[in-house]
Design a protein around this ligand. Structure first.
Ligand SMILES: Nc1ncnc2c1ncn2[C@@H]1O[C@H](COP(=O)(O)OP(=O)(O)O)[C@@H](O)[C@H]1O
Ligand SMILES: [Mg+2]
Length: 350
Protein backbone atom coordinates (compact mmCIF):
# COMPACT_ATOMS: atom_id res chain seq x y z
CA UNK A 1 0.00 0.00 0.00
CA UNK A 2 1.18 3.54 -0.71
CA UNK A 3 2.22 5.95 2.03
CA UNK A 4 -0.84 7.79 3.32
CA UNK A 5 -1.11 11.52 2.65
CA UNK A 6 -2.11 12.24 6.23
CA UNK A 7 -1.04 10.18 9.23
CA UNK A 8 -2.46 10.85 12.69
CA UNK A 9 -1.15 9.01 15.75
CA UNK A 10 -2.21 9.20 19.39
CA UNK A 11 -4.02 12.51 18.97
CA UNK A 12 -5.60 13.99 22.11
CA UNK A 13 -7.41 17.32 22.33
CA UNK A 14 -9.20 19.11 25.16
CA UNK A 15 -11.40 22.13 25.75
CA UNK A 16 -10.73 22.80 29.42
CA UNK A 17 -11.85 19.59 31.07
CA UNK A 18 -13.78 18.29 28.01
CA UNK A 19 -11.75 15.51 26.42
CA UNK A 20 -12.81 16.15 22.82
CA UNK A 21 -10.46 13.77 20.96
CA UNK A 22 -9.27 10.56 22.58
CA UNK A 23 -6.25 8.81 21.14
CA UNK A 24 -7.11 9.16 17.46
CA UNK A 25 -5.08 7.08 14.98
CA UNK A 26 -5.96 7.65 11.35
CA UNK A 27 -4.42 7.29 7.90
CA UNK A 28 -5.90 9.16 4.96
CA UNK A 29 -4.85 8.09 1.49
CA UNK A 30 -4.13 10.65 -1.21
CA UNK A 31 -6.64 11.41 -3.92
CA UNK A 32 -9.91 10.18 -2.51
CA UNK A 33 -12.93 11.20 -0.55
CA UNK A 34 -12.75 10.39 3.15
CA UNK A 35 -15.73 10.93 5.46
CA UNK A 36 -15.75 11.62 9.17
CA UNK A 37 -19.16 10.60 10.42
CA UNK A 38 -20.67 10.82 13.87
CA UNK A 39 -23.44 12.30 15.96
CA UNK A 40 -23.40 15.91 17.11
CA UNK A 41 -20.70 16.50 19.73
CA UNK A 42 -18.62 13.44 18.78
CA UNK A 43 -15.57 15.56 17.92
CA UNK A 44 -15.79 15.80 14.12
CA UNK A 45 -15.25 19.56 13.87
CA UNK A 46 -12.53 19.48 16.51
CA UNK A 47 -10.64 16.87 14.47
CA UNK A 48 -10.79 19.05 11.35
CA UNK A 49 -9.80 22.15 13.28
CA UNK A 50 -6.77 20.41 14.79
CA UNK A 51 -5.69 19.22 11.32
CA UNK A 52 -6.16 22.73 9.90
CA UNK A 53 -4.28 24.32 12.81
CA UNK A 54 -7.13 26.27 14.42
CA UNK A 55 -7.22 24.13 17.55
CA UNK A 56 -4.37 22.76 19.66
CA UNK A 57 -3.46 19.09 20.00
CA UNK A 58 -2.52 18.18 23.58
CA UNK A 59 -0.68 15.05 22.46
CA UNK A 60 0.04 13.07 19.33
CA UNK A 61 1.54 13.53 15.89
CA UNK A 62 0.14 14.70 12.55
CA UNK A 63 2.08 14.26 9.33
CA UNK A 64 0.98 15.56 5.94
CA UNK A 65 3.02 14.25 3.04
CA UNK A 66 5.87 13.49 5.44
CA UNK A 67 5.84 16.94 7.08
CA UNK A 68 5.16 17.49 10.78
CA UNK A 69 1.96 19.57 10.72
CA UNK A 70 1.99 20.53 14.39
CA UNK A 71 5.23 22.46 13.82
CA UNK A 72 3.52 24.66 11.21
CA UNK A 73 1.06 27.54 11.66
CA UNK A 74 -2.35 27.17 9.97
CA UNK A 75 -1.41 29.25 6.92
CA UNK A 76 1.66 27.11 6.16
CA UNK A 77 -0.06 23.74 6.32
CA UNK A 78 -1.42 23.52 2.75
CA UNK A 79 -4.72 22.45 4.25
CA UNK A 80 -7.99 24.12 3.27
CA UNK A 81 -10.99 24.23 5.60
CA UNK A 82 -14.47 25.00 4.34
CA UNK A 83 -17.24 25.59 6.87
CA UNK A 84 -20.94 25.14 6.58
CA UNK A 85 -21.47 28.87 7.11
CA UNK A 86 -19.11 29.85 4.29
CA UNK A 87 -19.00 33.62 4.24
CA UNK A 88 -18.69 35.08 0.76
CA UNK A 89 -17.88 38.79 0.51
CA UNK A 90 -21.21 40.42 -0.40
CA UNK A 91 -19.67 43.41 -2.20
CA UNK A 92 -17.40 41.31 -4.41
CA UNK A 93 -18.23 39.50 -7.64
CA UNK A 94 -18.02 35.71 -7.93
CA UNK A 95 -14.64 36.02 -9.66
CA UNK A 96 -13.29 38.41 -7.01
CA UNK A 97 -14.51 36.16 -4.23
CA UNK A 98 -12.65 33.24 -5.75
CA UNK A 99 -9.51 35.26 -6.43
CA UNK A 100 -9.41 36.71 -2.92
CA UNK A 101 -7.57 33.82 -1.27
CA UNK A 102 -4.93 33.80 -4.00
CA UNK A 103 -4.07 37.45 -3.73
CA UNK A 104 -2.32 36.91 -0.40
CA UNK A 105 -0.12 34.29 -2.07
CA UNK A 106 2.02 36.61 -4.21
CA UNK A 107 1.10 34.96 -7.50
CA UNK A 108 1.36 36.86 -10.77
CA UNK A 109 -1.80 38.55 -12.10
CA UNK A 110 -1.80 36.20 -15.07
CA UNK A 111 -1.54 33.11 -12.89
CA UNK A 112 -4.39 34.31 -10.67
CA UNK A 113 -6.56 35.01 -13.70
CA UNK A 114 -5.94 31.59 -15.22
CA UNK A 115 -6.59 29.75 -12.00
CA UNK A 116 -9.77 31.68 -11.22
CA UNK A 117 -11.13 31.11 -14.74
CA UNK A 118 -10.36 27.41 -14.41
CA UNK A 119 -12.09 27.19 -11.02
CA UNK A 120 -15.18 29.07 -12.25
CA UNK A 121 -15.42 26.73 -15.23
CA UNK A 122 -15.08 23.74 -13.01
CA UNK A 123 -18.10 24.74 -10.94
CA UNK A 124 -20.05 25.62 -14.07
CA UNK A 125 -20.59 29.30 -13.22
CA UNK A 126 -18.62 30.86 -16.06
CA UNK A 127 -21.65 32.87 -17.15
CA UNK A 128 -22.13 34.30 -13.64
CA UNK A 129 -18.57 35.42 -12.90
CA UNK A 130 -19.60 39.08 -12.50
CA UNK A 131 -22.58 38.48 -10.22
CA UNK A 132 -22.61 39.33 -6.52
CA UNK A 133 -23.39 36.57 -3.97
CA UNK A 134 -26.85 38.07 -3.31
CA UNK A 135 -27.73 37.42 -6.97
CA UNK A 136 -27.02 33.68 -6.67
CA UNK A 137 -29.06 30.75 -5.38
CA UNK A 138 -27.99 28.83 -2.27
CA UNK A 139 -26.51 26.02 -4.34
CA UNK A 140 -24.60 28.47 -6.53
CA UNK A 141 -23.16 30.25 -3.49
CA UNK A 142 -22.09 26.87 -2.17
CA UNK A 143 -20.26 26.17 -5.41
CA UNK A 144 -18.49 29.54 -5.23
CA UNK A 145 -17.32 28.70 -1.72
CA UNK A 146 -16.01 25.38 -3.03
CA UNK A 147 -14.22 27.07 -5.91
CA UNK A 148 -12.63 29.47 -3.45
CA UNK A 149 -11.17 26.52 -1.53
CA UNK A 150 -10.10 24.57 -4.58
CA UNK A 151 -8.40 27.46 -6.34
CA UNK A 152 -5.73 27.52 -3.61
CA UNK A 153 -4.85 23.91 -4.42
CA UNK A 154 -4.40 22.66 -0.88
CA UNK A 155 -2.95 19.19 -0.45
CA UNK A 156 -5.94 18.40 1.71
CA UNK A 157 -9.37 20.00 1.60
CA UNK A 158 -11.42 19.68 4.77
CA UNK A 159 -15.15 20.28 4.48
CA UNK A 160 -17.15 20.66 7.68
CA UNK A 161 -20.79 19.73 7.01
CA UNK A 162 -20.66 21.65 3.72
CA UNK A 163 -24.11 20.59 2.55
CA UNK A 164 -26.16 20.60 5.73
CA UNK A 165 -27.60 24.06 5.10
CA UNK A 166 -29.04 23.00 1.74
CA UNK A 167 -32.45 21.43 1.24
CA UNK A 168 -32.59 17.76 0.40
CA UNK A 169 -32.81 17.99 -3.37
CA UNK A 170 -29.98 20.49 -3.65
CA UNK A 171 -27.92 18.42 -1.28
CA UNK A 172 -28.13 15.33 -3.46
CA UNK A 173 -27.12 17.39 -6.51
CA UNK A 174 -24.20 18.91 -4.63
CA UNK A 175 -23.06 15.46 -3.53
CA UNK A 176 -22.50 14.46 -7.15
CA UNK A 177 -20.87 17.82 -7.77
CA UNK A 178 -18.45 17.25 -4.89
CA UNK A 179 -17.58 13.80 -6.20
CA UNK A 180 -16.96 15.18 -9.66
CA UNK A 181 -14.78 18.03 -8.33
CA UNK A 182 -12.74 15.58 -6.29
CA UNK A 183 -12.19 13.37 -9.34
CA UNK A 184 -11.35 16.23 -11.67
CA UNK A 185 -8.91 17.96 -9.32
CA UNK A 186 -7.42 14.73 -7.96
CA UNK A 187 -7.29 16.51 -4.60
CA UNK A 188 -7.92 14.74 -1.30
CA UNK A 189 -11.23 15.67 0.32
CA UNK A 190 -12.13 15.00 3.93
CA UNK A 191 -15.79 15.64 4.52
CA UNK A 192 -17.48 15.82 7.91
CA UNK A 193 -21.11 14.88 8.16
CA UNK A 194 -23.63 13.62 10.71
CA UNK A 195 -25.69 12.15 7.87
CA UNK A 196 -24.84 8.48 7.34
CA UNK A 197 -26.41 8.35 3.89
CA UNK A 198 -24.28 11.25 2.78
CA UNK A 199 -21.10 9.64 4.13
CA UNK A 200 -21.96 6.32 2.51
CA UNK A 201 -22.76 7.76 -0.90
CA UNK A 202 -19.76 10.12 -1.04
CA UNK A 203 -16.81 8.46 0.55
CA UNK A 204 -14.32 5.71 -0.27
CA UNK A 205 -13.57 5.35 3.45
CA UNK A 206 -15.49 6.38 6.54
CA UNK A 207 -14.34 6.93 10.13
CA UNK A 208 -17.26 6.69 12.54
CA UNK A 209 -16.65 8.87 15.58
CA UNK A 210 -18.28 8.41 18.96
CA UNK A 211 -17.56 10.55 21.96
CA UNK A 212 -14.12 11.63 20.70
CA UNK A 213 -13.01 8.14 19.66
CA UNK A 214 -12.98 6.24 16.39
CA UNK A 215 -15.65 3.61 16.81
CA UNK A 216 -15.04 1.96 13.45
CA UNK A 217 -13.11 2.63 10.29
CA UNK A 218 -13.78 1.10 6.90
CA UNK A 219 -15.39 1.34 3.50
CA UNK A 220 -19.10 2.17 3.47
CA UNK A 221 -19.85 -1.49 2.65
CA UNK A 222 -17.73 -2.74 5.55
CA UNK A 223 -19.46 -0.46 8.02
CA UNK A 224 -22.88 -1.47 6.76
CA UNK A 225 -22.26 -5.21 6.36
CA UNK A 226 -19.81 -5.81 9.19
CA UNK A 227 -20.51 -3.40 12.04
CA UNK A 228 -18.39 -4.22 15.10
CA UNK A 229 -20.70 -2.70 17.67
CA UNK A 230 -24.31 -1.95 18.36
CA UNK A 231 -23.51 1.76 18.00
CA UNK A 232 -22.20 1.28 14.46
CA UNK A 233 -25.04 -1.07 13.49
CA UNK A 234 -27.63 1.44 14.70
CA UNK A 235 -25.95 4.54 13.32
CA UNK A 236 -25.50 3.15 9.82
CA UNK A 237 -28.52 1.97 7.87
CA UNK A 238 -31.64 0.54 9.44
CA UNK A 239 -31.74 -2.79 11.21
CA UNK A 240 -33.48 -4.78 13.89
CA UNK A 241 -31.11 -5.92 16.60
CA UNK A 242 -32.14 -9.17 18.24
CA UNK A 243 -30.47 -10.66 21.29
CA UNK A 244 -29.53 -14.32 21.38
CA UNK A 245 -27.18 -16.96 22.75
CA UNK A 246 -24.39 -18.80 21.02
CA UNK A 247 -25.30 -22.47 20.55
CA UNK A 248 -23.34 -25.25 18.76
CA UNK A 249 -25.41 -24.87 15.57
CA UNK A 250 -25.21 -21.06 15.47
CA UNK A 251 -27.31 -18.60 17.45
CA UNK A 252 -30.48 -19.18 19.42
CA UNK A 253 -32.40 -15.93 18.91
CA UNK A 254 -35.15 -15.25 21.40
CA UNK A 255 -38.41 -16.23 19.68
CA UNK A 256 -36.71 -17.30 16.42
CA UNK A 257 -35.23 -20.68 17.31
CA UNK A 258 -31.66 -21.70 16.45
CA UNK A 259 -30.31 -20.15 13.25
CA UNK A 260 -27.09 -21.06 11.40
CA UNK A 261 -25.42 -17.65 11.86
CA UNK A 262 -21.66 -16.97 11.96
CA UNK A 263 -20.63 -15.89 15.43
CA UNK A 264 -17.68 -13.62 16.39
CA UNK A 265 -14.39 -15.55 16.38
CA UNK A 266 -13.81 -15.14 20.11
CA UNK A 267 -17.30 -16.13 21.26
CA UNK A 268 -18.19 -19.35 23.07
CA UNK A 269 -21.31 -21.43 23.51
CA UNK A 270 -23.61 -19.69 25.98
CA UNK A 271 -22.35 -16.15 25.26
CA UNK A 272 -24.97 -13.47 24.75
CA UNK A 273 -24.73 -11.93 21.26
CA UNK A 274 -26.69 -9.53 19.06
CA UNK A 275 -27.86 -10.30 15.53
CA UNK A 276 -28.06 -7.25 13.26
CA UNK A 277 -30.85 -8.00 10.80
CA UNK A 278 -31.11 -5.62 7.83
CA UNK A 279 -34.42 -5.16 5.96
CA UNK A 280 -33.07 -6.73 2.75
CA UNK A 281 -31.95 -9.85 4.62
CA UNK A 282 -35.52 -10.93 5.31
CA UNK A 283 -38.10 -12.19 2.81
CA UNK A 284 -41.80 -12.22 3.49
CA UNK A 285 -44.28 -14.87 2.34
CA UNK A 286 -47.80 -13.48 2.56
CA UNK A 287 -49.38 -16.94 2.64
CA UNK A 288 -48.01 -18.43 5.86
CA UNK A 289 -49.38 -21.84 4.88
CA UNK A 290 -47.44 -21.97 1.60
CA UNK A 291 -44.50 -23.76 3.18
CA UNK A 292 -40.78 -23.11 2.81
CA UNK A 293 -40.68 -20.35 5.42
CA UNK A 294 -38.07 -20.46 8.16
CA UNK A 295 -40.24 -18.85 10.79
CA UNK A 296 -43.51 -17.02 11.27
CA UNK A 297 -44.47 -13.59 12.46
CA UNK A 298 -47.39 -11.23 12.78
CA UNK A 299 -47.86 -8.53 10.14
CA UNK A 300 -48.00 -5.08 11.76
CA UNK A 301 -48.12 -2.81 8.73
CA UNK A 302 -45.99 -1.47 5.89
CA UNK A 303 -44.78 1.82 4.50
CA UNK A 304 -44.44 2.52 0.80
CA UNK A 305 -40.97 3.70 -0.26
CA UNK A 306 -41.56 4.26 -3.97
CA UNK A 307 -40.56 1.18 -5.94
CA UNK A 308 -40.37 -0.87 -2.74
CA UNK A 309 -42.02 -1.14 0.66
CA UNK A 310 -40.89 -1.86 4.20
CA UNK A 311 -43.11 -4.20 6.19
CA UNK A 312 -43.06 -4.49 9.96
CA UNK A 313 -43.39 -8.05 11.20
CA UNK A 314 -43.42 -9.05 14.86
CA UNK A 315 -41.55 -12.17 15.94
CA UNK A 316 -41.79 -12.62 19.72
CA UNK A 317 -40.45 -9.37 21.22
CA UNK A 318 -38.72 -8.19 18.03
CA UNK A 319 -40.25 -6.21 15.18
CA UNK A 320 -38.37 -6.97 11.97
CA UNK A 321 -38.33 -4.54 9.10
CA UNK A 322 -38.68 -6.47 5.84
CA UNK A 323 -37.86 -4.94 2.45
CA UNK A 324 -40.54 -5.97 -0.06
CA UNK A 325 -40.60 -5.42 -3.83
CA UNK A 326 -44.19 -4.15 -3.62
CA UNK A 327 -46.66 -3.13 -0.96
CA UNK A 328 -47.77 -6.38 0.77
CA UNK A 329 -51.51 -7.09 0.60
CA UNK A 330 -51.85 -8.37 4.11
CA UNK A 331 -54.17 -7.26 6.88
CA UNK A 332 -52.85 -6.11 10.22
CA UNK A 333 -52.43 -8.99 12.69
CA UNK A 334 -52.25 -11.75 10.06
CA UNK A 335 -49.65 -14.52 10.32
CA UNK A 336 -46.95 -14.36 7.60
CA UNK A 337 -43.92 -16.49 6.75
CA UNK A 338 -40.34 -15.20 6.91
CA UNK A 339 -37.04 -16.41 5.49
CA UNK A 340 -33.72 -14.93 6.61
CA UNK A 341 -30.50 -14.68 4.60
CA UNK A 342 -28.62 -16.31 7.44
CA UNK A 343 -25.28 -16.24 5.61
CA UNK A 344 -25.30 -12.41 5.53
CA UNK A 345 -26.60 -11.55 8.99
CA UNK A 346 -23.95 -9.99 11.20
CA UNK A 347 -23.60 -11.20 14.78
CA UNK A 348 -21.74 -9.04 17.30
CA UNK A 349 -20.80 -9.43 20.92
CA UNK A 350 -23.43 -8.04 23.29
N1 LIG B 1 -14.99 25.96 21.69
C1 LIG B 1 -15.35 24.96 22.52
N2 LIG B 1 -15.26 25.11 23.85
C2 LIG B 1 -15.59 24.10 24.70
N3 LIG B 1 -16.05 22.91 24.31
C3 LIG B 1 -16.18 22.70 22.99
C4 LIG B 1 -15.85 23.71 22.02
N4 LIG B 1 -16.07 23.23 20.79
C5 LIG B 1 -16.53 21.97 20.97
N5 LIG B 1 -16.61 21.65 22.29
C6 LIG B 1 -17.03 20.35 22.85
O1 LIG B 1 -16.19 19.34 22.33
C7 LIG B 1 -16.93 18.19 21.94
C8 LIG B 1 -16.75 17.92 20.45
O2 LIG B 1 -17.34 18.99 19.73
P1 LIG B 1 -17.30 19.10 18.14
O3 LIG B 1 -15.94 18.75 17.67
O4 LIG B 1 -17.82 20.44 17.79
O5 LIG B 1 -18.32 17.95 17.73
P2 LIG B 1 -19.10 17.71 16.33
O6 LIG B 1 -18.48 18.56 15.30
O7 LIG B 1 -18.96 16.24 16.11
O8 LIG B 1 -20.53 18.07 16.59
C9 LIG B 1 -18.35 18.45 22.40
O9 LIG B 1 -18.51 17.91 23.66
C10 LIG B 1 -18.43 19.96 22.41
O10 LIG B 1 -19.40 20.39 23.34
MG1 LIG C 1 -19.33 20.04 14.05
Amino acid sequence: MSTPLLTIRGLQAYYGTTHALKDIDLDIEAGGMFAILGPSGSGKSTLLRVIAGFEQAAEGTLELDGKDLLALPANKREVGLMFQSYALFPHMSVAKNIAYGLEAEKLSRGEIKTRVAEAIDMIGLGHLADRRPAQLSGGQRQRVALARSIVKRPKLLLLDEPLSALDRQLRVGMQSELKRLQRETGMTFVIVTHDQEEAMSLADSVALLRDGQIEQLGTPAELYEQPNSRFCAEFIGSSTIVEGKVVPEGVQLTGFGALPLSVPADSQTGDTVLAVIRPEQVRLTEDAGAGGSQLFGTFEGASYLGGAADAEVRVADAVLTVRCAAMPRVAHGVKVGLTLDTADIRVIAA
